[in-house]
Each structure stands twice: as structure tokens, then as C-alpha cells.
Ligand binder design. Structure first.
Ligand code: CP
Length: 311
């Protein structure tokens, strides 16, 4: 497939074939990750900048690791130590990076739509590393890669996503992609955290986790994003845990070897118990490893040209 997109902002503009092509490209990248010597010359001479206005452990580090493995030069903008703190606008910061002839900017920002705004303004590629409550497409892609590794084709698979749906950009990108791949998606959460707009995307919504677990092939827990909530949105974390927390005992209801997922960061004892997070059903660490492989694939597709991936 000839990759035609300069940017990756969300999964709505990708076809099912393009999503599958990214996942297929990530497979040999994962093999490279397992090598003792991982460094490739593929993207020598290219540069990737991480511009993160919100905290991140997984996304930023895995993009940096992915770009380095492919041989690209990387830099990280620590926003608090940059000229942003002197009043420079986002656009001026981005144009400054472009003037340095960077090839790709990975941006995370607290406001929805920022990645799209930059993509319109820059000739460099832009990857959305999470914008407000809008989208987190690379997280969704690594989730699909992980599901596919364990479950095979996602057509017809039942995927239950439970938690703070309202504030989750991960859910929105997951729903867009999973629908394209033919999965059955069920979103579960308390009424205060489960917006009715999700129904417009054609997915089932439910307030009753125990009713939705039977037959689930994958269950993904989301953390409560307390930093994005107004006070009183959900009265008690203890009550949330009782109704929506995942545990080994509760997961017996699925009736099969369901895989357990979490995009991280995880609040053990709130949305998931440690016995489940550390169980053989859990693919949470595998998601992190796959995040590097999928981001290698994306960087390669966006700025790698047509050269061979693997030496
Ligand atoms: N899943 C995710 O985006 O994690 P980070 O916030 O650590 O990047």
C-alpha cells in the first residue's frame, strides 16, 4: 500500500485497510524489538520532535524509543523549560521547530483539536499523542495490535470498555477504529461518566458491568480522570470500585479466557485489582511493548518513504 497521509490525527480518516496496513507493518517492528541489537539505519537523517504539553510516560517514551530504533534523531521539548513559559504561542513554537527542518512532530495537548490545528499549519508531519478528550489514535492502534495478537481478526469480537468514558480520548479513538474493524463494542460506566453521544457512534452503552461481561473477548478498564472532573461528578471512589472495578472474581463471569487491558496509567484497587492486573489474562505490559512497535510502524509510514524497513 502506498501511504498517503502526512499526519495521524485520529482514526476517522483511515479506512479499515489502512488500519490493517499499520498493524501489519508493526509486526516486523515487534520482531526487531526482540533483537539484542535493535538499531536500524532506516530513518537516518530524519528528525522527530516530541512536544508534550501534558504529562506522559508511555506515549512520549515509546515514540522516542521507536524513532531512535529506526535511526532518526529525536528531541523532547520540556514545555515548562521552553519559551512557552515566556508566552510563546503554540503555533510559534511549532513553526520554530519546523524552521529547524524537523520531519515529524508528536504533540500532546490538553485542548481538543490542537493536533489538527498544527497539522494544517505545518508542512512537517504531525502525530496526535492525545488532545484533550478528543482522540488518542496511537493508543487505539496499539490496543488493536494487542487484541489481534491474542484474539485474531477482530470482526465479531466482543470488546467491553468500562470506566470514565466521558473524559477518555482513548475510548473515542478505540470506538472509531473497532467499528471499522467489525468488532462489537460495549461501553460501560456510571450514568455521570457515560455520555449519550456515544450512542451516535453505533455502540451499545450500559450502566451494568455484570450484565455485559458474559461472552466478552477483551475487557478494557479506564482510570477515573479526576483531573478532568468537576467536583461531585461521581460521589465516591469506593462506590465506583464496587460497581465498575475489575477483579479476578468478577471476570469469571465472562465464561472464557478474556484478555484484560488498560491503557495506563493504572490506579490499582480503584478500576482494577492487582490480582487481575498481574494475572495471566492481563496483556497490560504487552500493550506497552506493542506501543513501541506500532509507533515504529507509524513513524516509518509517515516519514520513511519507500525503503525497506528491516535490514
Ligand atoms: N496511555 C497513555 O497515553 O499513557 P501516558 O499518559 O503515560 O502516555
Amino acid at each position: 500500500m502506498n501511504w498517503k497521509h502526512k499526519d495521524l490525527l485520529d482514526l476517522d480518516i483511515l479506512t479499515a485497510e489502512e488500519i490493517k496496513h499499520i498493524l501489519k507493518t508493526a509486526a516486523p517492528m515487534k520482531e526487531i524489538l526482540a533483537r539484542p541489537n535493535k538499531k536500524l539505519p532506516t530513518l537516518r537523517g530524519k528528525s522527530v520532535v516530541m512536544l508534550f504539553y501534558e504529562n506522559s510516560t508511555r506515549t512520549r517514551t515509546s515514540f522516542e524509543t521507536a524513532a531512535k530504533i529506526l535511526g532518526a534523531d529525536t528531541s523532547n521539548i520540556a514545555v515548562a523549560q521552553s519559551s512557552v513559559s515566556k508566552g510563546e504561542t503554540l503555533l510559534d513554537t511549532a513553526k520554530t521547530l519546523q524552521a529547524m527542518k524537523v520531519d515529524l512532530v508528536v504533540i500532546r495537548h490538553g485542548s481538543s483539536g490542537v493536533a489538527g490545528f498544527l497539522a494544517d499549519e505545518l508542512s512537517a508531519g504531525v502525530i496526535n499523542g492525545g488532545d484533550g478528550q478528543h482522540a488518542h489514535p496511537t493508543q487505539a492502534l496499539l490496543d488493536f495490535f494487542t487484541m489481534q495478537e491474542r484474539l485474531g481478526e477482530l470482526q465479531g469480537k466482543k470488546i467491553v470498555i468500562v470506566g470514565d468514558v466521558l473524559h477518555s480520548r482513548v475510548v473515542r479513538s478505540n470506538v472509531l477504529g473497532l467499528k471499522k474493524l467489525g468488532a462489537e463494542v460495549v461501553l460501560v460506566g456510571p450514568p455521570t461518566l457515560l455520555p449519550s453521544e456515544m450512542n451516535y457512534l453505533g455502540v451499545k452503552t450500559s450502566y451494568d458491568l455484570d450484565k455485559e461481561l458474559p461472552g466478552a473477548d477483551a475487557v478494557m478498564a479506564l482510570r477515573l480522570q479526576l483531573e478532568r472532573q468537576q467536583s461531585g461528578l461521581f460521589p465516591s471512589i469506593r462506590e465506583y470500585s464496587r460497581l465498575y472495578g475489575l477483579s479476578l472474581e468478577r471476570l469469571k463471569q465472562t465464561g472464557k479466557d478474556t484478555i484484560i487491558m488498560h491503557p495506563g496509567p493504572m490506579n490499582r484497587g480503584v478500576e482494577i485489582t492487582s490480582d487481575l492486573a498481574d494475572s495471566v489474562q492481563s496483556v497490560i505490559e504487552e500493550q506497552v511493548t506493542n506501543g513501541v512497535a506500532v509507533r515504529m510502524a507509524l513513524i516509518y509510514l509517515l516519514i520513511g518513504g519507500t525503503g525497506s524497513v528491516v535490514d
